[in-house]
Design a protein around this ligand. Structure first.
Ligand SMILES: [Zn+2]
Length: 488
């Protein structure tokens, strides 16, 4: 069976196709015809007693048709019923975000994730490249930012060093690999908060950066970029310029989330700029900076994406796309914002954050989520994206446990949009051989909808993470910085 479920399957009055040993899509395919009356992402796949035929609207949909045929061959039990599959996505932007900052994943591991994105017809990979806990991209004009910013000497209570960053050559390989599978790549440099790893490399980037280390615990850090200094803003623009040349697709993400203004309010540079700009509050001060970066990226030909944050919503240039994770912004307020012209990518943390336990984002909840909310202007709804944050995802083994099978539920939800959960579970059972290619042992059982004690245990496990998020270590670190800033 095909996942995501195609839009229409029409049974044909013919004998089924009998699968022969060694059959693959190329061997079974008799004819592939470009049909310009079909849209770019539409295809028609016909299976009969003699084999398969496809017609497609573009090379992209030709690849989708072949993927569907391969899945039919891998998941059938010796015969494939004669049928006509008429298919196209219900949502154009189908994204997956990978956090490579909190834990670094190798180029080969990213390739494997691109492969499973292509298997399930995702078409946008968003890489969260920088954060307090690690800077993961080489910047040639400022080499220390990756050399120092990518190293943390321990993680929480584990005394092991964690390192790794992508050279610009690595990033080009990732972009090329994704493009060859019809997937665009969106880089994210999180600014001006979640910036501690950069300050660790170049202390002058912070308001009071001396002695700052790459963060070793998780949480919202006080060590934001000192945007009162022209030198900081100019270094950030250098970073954006270098990355904009490597990531050749149209979108660029500049973060913008969870920015405490505390450090700025103690900083002479920031206070002076705040006065000069005539800001009424620190949110305005941040908005001025985000808008400056957005217009800079526009001159480089990019469309800018930011995480939605409630307070800043009305102050940001209308051309900036919101990535809606929730951030305190109610659904109805988002709908208003979108209907007033803001474009949006929807990534509700519940249920689209796949690092959350199954006890919160259960498989059915993920499957049934409708990212295009009622009343929202569809023309401004770019699409949907599911996110894999990695604070508690230290390796691929854990990642796969979290991603599968929920990633397939997202894939079907955003491609098909009107499938049934029970049918999805039946299809999932047939996908063991497909998933095994990615090292996933898939056993669709009740553990994807945990109940009772298991649910309680998982919720407690998650609460432990929340404790880290605003945890004791964070309080101590921030108190130290506070003391330092007052002394100056
Ligand atoms: Zn400052």
């Amino acid at each position: 069976m095909i996942i995501p479920k195609p839009q229409r399957i029409i049974k044909l009055d013919q004998a089924p196709y009998v699968v022969k040993a060694g059959d693959n899509a190329q061997a079974v395919l008799q004819e592939a015809i470009l049909d310009t009356t079909l849209s770019q992402e539409s295809y028609v796949l016909t299976i009969g007693v003699d084999g398969a035929k496809i017609s497609y609207g573009s090379e992209v949909s030709k690849a989708y048709a072949i993927k569907s045929l391969e899945q039919l061959l891998s998941t059938c039990d010796g015969t494939i019923d004669a049928m006509q599959v008429e298919d196209e996505p219900s949502i154009n932007y189908r994204g997956y975000m990978l956090d490579v900052s909190r834990y670094f994943f190798t180029v080969e591991e990213v390739f494997e994730q691109i492969d499973f994105m292509a298997e399930y017809k995702f078409n946008a990979l968003h890489l969260h490249l920088t954060d307090d806990q690690g800077w993961r991209v080489e910047i040639k004009s400022h080499p220390k930012i990756a050399e120092i910013g990518s190293v943390r000497y321990r993680t929480l209570f584990k005394l092991r060093k964690h390192t790794g960053y992508y050279t610009q050559e690595d990033l080009k390989r990732i972009v090329d690999y994704a493009h060859s599978r019809n997937i665009i790549v969106i880089p994210e440099v999180d600014l001006p908060g979640h910036f501690q790893s950069a300050v660790a490399a170049y202390p002058e980037l912070g308001c009071y950066g001396d002695g700052v280390k790459v963060a070793e615990n998780f949480g919202v850090k006080y060590e934001v970029a000192c945007i009162g200094k022209e030198t900081t803003v100019s270094l950030i623009k250098d970073v954006l310029k270098e990355l904009a040349e490597i990531f050749t697709d149209e979108y660029f993400h500049i973060g913008g989330d969870e920015v405490p203004s505390h450090r700025w309010s103690h900083c002479p540079y920031c206070k002076a700029k705040y006065e000069a700009l005539g800001c009424k509050n620190w949110v305005e001060y941040q908005a001025h900076f985000m808008n400056e970066l957005a217009s800079y990226l526009k001159t480089l030909g990019k469309k800018v994406i930011m995480w939605n944050e409630t307070e800043i919503t009305g102050l940001i240039d209308k051309d900036v796309i919101w990535q809606y994770w929730q951030g305190g912004l109610k659904e109805e307020d988002l709908v208003k914002e979108v209907n007033n012209g803001r474009k949006v990518i929807v990534s509700c943390c519940e249920p689209y954050y796949l690092d959350l336990p199954y006890s919160i984002n259960g498989l059915k909840r993920v499957y049934e989520h409708k990212p295009c909310f009622d009343g929202m202007n569809r023309n401004n709804f770019i699409g949907a994206e599911t996110c894999m944050w990695s604070e508690l995802v230290p390796n691929m083994k854990v990642l796969k446990r979290r991603a599968f099978p929920r990633l397939l539920a997202v894939a079907e939800g955003i491609w098909n949009g009107s499938g049934s959960y029970d049918d999805f579970i039946e299809a999932l059972k047939t996908h063991r051989a497909v998933l095994a290619r990615y090292g996933v042992k898939n056993t669709p059982k009740c553990k994807y909808e945990p109940k009772g004690l298991i649910k309680l245990a998982l919720n407690l496990w998650w609460a432990r993470r929340v404790l880290y998020w605003g945890g004791l270590q964070n309080v101590i670190t921030n108190a130290k910085i506070e003391k330092l800033s007052k002394r100056r």
